[in-house]
Design a binder for this molecule. Structure first.
Ligand SMILES: Nc1ncnc2c1ncn2[C@@H]1O[C@H](COP(=O)(O)OP(=O)(O)O)[C@@H](O)[C@H]1O
Ligand SMILES: [Mg+2]
Length: 314
């Protein structure tokens, strides 16, 4: 099978990472000084958090970095104990010729409070021989004792100019033709998320090397997760906690941003079989939350407050 583009076009050096300039500069300086703190990379999906962790590993350890670099996903269904065991096995063998090993724990905000407490103890136990890089979408979901041990870096959605550069590279290497209107659609649908952008583009290109706006929309509407509908129906039945948990899981799994979700929720509300007055109220709630998201509030907090409004409504 042909290579997946998000890997094919993943930056391998600090210089190749687009945007996030001040973060890249600071992290690079830390790596060069040999004095690396524990770090927390926070920000929306597909903006370079995992990529930067891998760049750090390569800069510290070279191409054979996997010997000294462990990558884990906190939303691993097997739970925190498996994660801790894996960390223990990895950390207890000292790195050969390196001052410390690096453990990258992705989606740390998927861990429960208890699991985060356990993680904090693990970080303490191995802090002389390892450095942790944690990544999360929402730093508000990370416990203070972990936050206080890490240097926090807040990643931003990438800008249009970065997507334009990326598109030029990909177009050339893959032999694509992309209409101007398709380019606009790709950018607006991906909300600053490069993973999403590259995935949509690759799906389009598997259908046709000439990419039009219509093709982009056709591909994207097929990718809408059905779980969002379930989140709404749970919330409307008053199952706030269940709705919130499913929402978080769905957002992490599909790499959805807050605005992605809100747009889809609004769409689904219109299709609900409830009376019109209620519908109007729910659509208004969506609008209010959308506005707060655009103003830069914490996405997950805002979406939860929307679900709370929905739960009250029933
Ligand atoms: N800042 C960036 N510069 C260039 N490519 C990027 C950037 N951020 C993400 N990408 C592309 O998107 C893919 C997913 O990015 P990743 O770093 O895994 O996102 P996340 O922030 O969710 O960890 C990468 O493999 C790469 O192809
Ligand atoms: Mg990641």
């Amino acid at each position: 099978m042909a290579e997946i583009w998000i890997e094919k076009y993943r930056p391998r050096t600090f210089e190749e990472v687009k945007g996030q300039e001040s973060i890249v500069k600071r992290v690079k300086a830390m790596v060069e000084s040999g004095n690396l703190p524990h770090m927390l990379f926070a920000g929306p999906a597909g903006v370079g958090k995992s990529t930067l962790a891998l760049v750090v590993a390569r800069a510290l350890f070279g191409e054979e970095f996997h010997r000294n670099f462990l990558e884990l996903n906190a939303s691993d269904d097997r739970g925190i104990n498996v994660i801790r065991e894996t960390i223990k096995d990895f950390a207890k063998v000292k790195g050969l010729g390196v001052p410390f090993k690096v453990i990258f724990l992705d989606e740390a905000d998927a861990l429960t409070r208890e699991a985060q407490q356990a993680l904090r103890r693990t970080m303490e136990t191995y802090s002389s021989s390892t450095r942790f890089v944690l990544s999360c979408n929402y730093s508000s979901k990370i416990l203070d004792p972990i936050l206080s041990r890490c240097t926090l870096f807040r990643f931003q959605p990438l800008k249009e100019e970065h997507f334009d550069e990326l598109l030029e590279t990909i177009k050339e290497r893959e032999g694509l033709e992309v209409d101007d209107s398709a380019k606009v659609a790709l950018f607006s649908l991906s909300n600053g998320d490069v993973r999403k952008y590259e995935n949509i583009l690759q799906s389009c290109s598997s259908v046709d090397k000439k990419i039009t706006e219509d093709l982009v929309y056709e591909i994207v509407s097929a990718a809408k997760p059905k779980e969002v509908k379930e989140v709404i129906s749970l919330a409307l039945k008053g199952g706030f906690v269940g709705a919130r948990d499913l929402l978080l899981k769905t957002m992490l799994k599909h790499g959805l941003s807050g605005t992605d979700v809100i747009k889809q929720i609004q769409q689904e509300v219109l299709d609900l079989e409830i009376d019109d007055r209620k519908k109007v109220k729910l659509v208004k709630d969506c609008g209010e939350i959308e506005f707060r998201l655009v103003e830069g509030s914490d996405e997950f907090v805002q979406l939860c407050s929307l679900l709370a409004l929905f739960s009250e409504e029933c």
